[in-house]
Design a protein around this ligand. Structure first.
Ligand code: GUN
Length: 290
């Protein structure tokens, strides 16, 4: 038997449509549309694709997107100054600095400079700390999107064995915090984990976010598990593949995300939601509820 597919494209479309309506209602209440600043340093081709998808989603939702494309040789100090300007700009509600950044720029220094209430990626230590304390504010987009996908298939979370493979700052760690907050028993596996297969086999909810095609074999998947594949790997023949061997995992899982069309579109949709929420929170602070 094969698993049921979790259609991230359709779920993302529902979320962006609801953000579009919320933006229309906000504007009809006399407020300006939300504004998102996207900063892309240099010309990384994959980043250019991601940024284009984000701009298209902004246009659809009625969010004003302002792109900044500094050259790859911009200094860290110049980039920090750009962030300071965006932090002070009243028409900007969200600031997103696309990663990876050139090697001479420390990404953590840049992220920490973004005002936490404009950190629509949900990467700032303040926002990660709030999530760790079960007081989420702006939530990291990919883990937030995964939680929406899981809720959408009726996942109840409480007491479930969840295994996250990958412990990155932007996905694996906040993913573990999300699942813990939701009531799962969470294990995070990483590069020093001994016998990965043994941990993966336990998972009722398996989230893999490493960036290595085929890292997780389908034979390791617990029968009836839900498999969320965050990996998006470009193969030599141009195809996209996840971190999980889809065909063998599909035989054992109850639910599985495809790559592409699974988690990827949800990251952009949650960015739209975060940008709207950031705009509303700032407006409420400035002039009360309306
Ligand atoms: N690079 C790859 N994915 C992302 C993302 O979601 N946000 C940012 N800022 N950079 C990325």
């Amino acid at each position: 038997m094969s698993a049921q597919l979790i259609d991230g494209k359709a779920a993302a479309a529902r979320i962006t449509q609801s953000v579009k309506q919320l933006v229309e209602q906000r504007v009809s209440r006399g407020r300006r549309p939300p504004g998102l600043a996207v900063v892309l340093v240099g010309h990384d081709p994959a980043s250019e694709v991601y940024v284009r998808h984000k701009r298209i989603a902004c246009d659809y939702c009625g969010i004003v997107s302002k792109a900044h494309y500094p050259n790859a040789d911009i200094s860290e100090l110049q980039l920090l100054t750009m962030i300071d300007e965006l932090n002070a700009d009243d028409e900007i509600d969200g600031i997103l600095v696309q990663t990876p950044l050139p090697a001479h720029i420390n990404a953590e220094t840049i992220i920490e400079r973004i005002r936490p209430d404009k950190d629509v990626d949900g990467f700032h230590p303040y926002n990660i700390g709030r999530l760790a304390l079960r007081l989420p504010t702006l939530r990291s987009c990919t883990p937030y999107g995964v939680m929406e996908l899981l809720a959408g298939i009726g996942e109840t979370f409480h007491g479930r064995e969840a295994v996250v493979v990958g412990a990155s700052n932007h996905v694996g760690r906040p993913m573990g915090l999300e699942l813990l907050r939701a009531g799962c028993t969470v294990t995070t596996c990483h590069r020093f984990t001994v016998n990965l297969q043994q941990w993966v086999q336990r998972a009722e909810i398996l989230v893999v976010a490493v960036g290595k095609p085929g890292l997780v074999s389908g034979e390791w998947v617990r029968p009836g598990a839900t498999v969320i594949d965050v990996g998006i790997n470009r193969m030599a023949d141009g195809r996209l593949a996840g971190d999980v061997d889809f065909h063998s995992a599909n035989e054992r899982a109850a639910w599985i995300t495809p790559v592409p069309g699974g988690v990827g579109p949800m990251t952009v949709a949650m960015l739209m939601k975060n940008t709207f929420d950031a705009a509303e929170a700032r407006s409420r602070l400035a002039d009360g509820p309306r």
